[in-house]
Design a protein. Sequence first.
Length: 90
Amino acid sequence: MPRCSHLAAKRTAVAADAYARGCAQCLALGDRWVHLRTCRTCGHVGCCDSSKNRHATKHFHETLHPIVTSLEPGESWSWCYVDEVTIEGL
């Protein structure tokens, strides 16, 4: 089973109100998103790859912060962009 080699980069806890704020970049553009992800290095909240703007992935490419966590209610998984693996229950 593939493993994530970037767990040390996980610094931030997921803020309880992050989902309510939404994707700030989409809000500034007047756009909508499908799902939200939060960066586990700095806490940036961005929209998923199913969203028009893909701000979570753009954030990874700009910063190289490797791990995002789903902000969707009832989901507890994370994704490592570098290792391309899902991390359950992070």
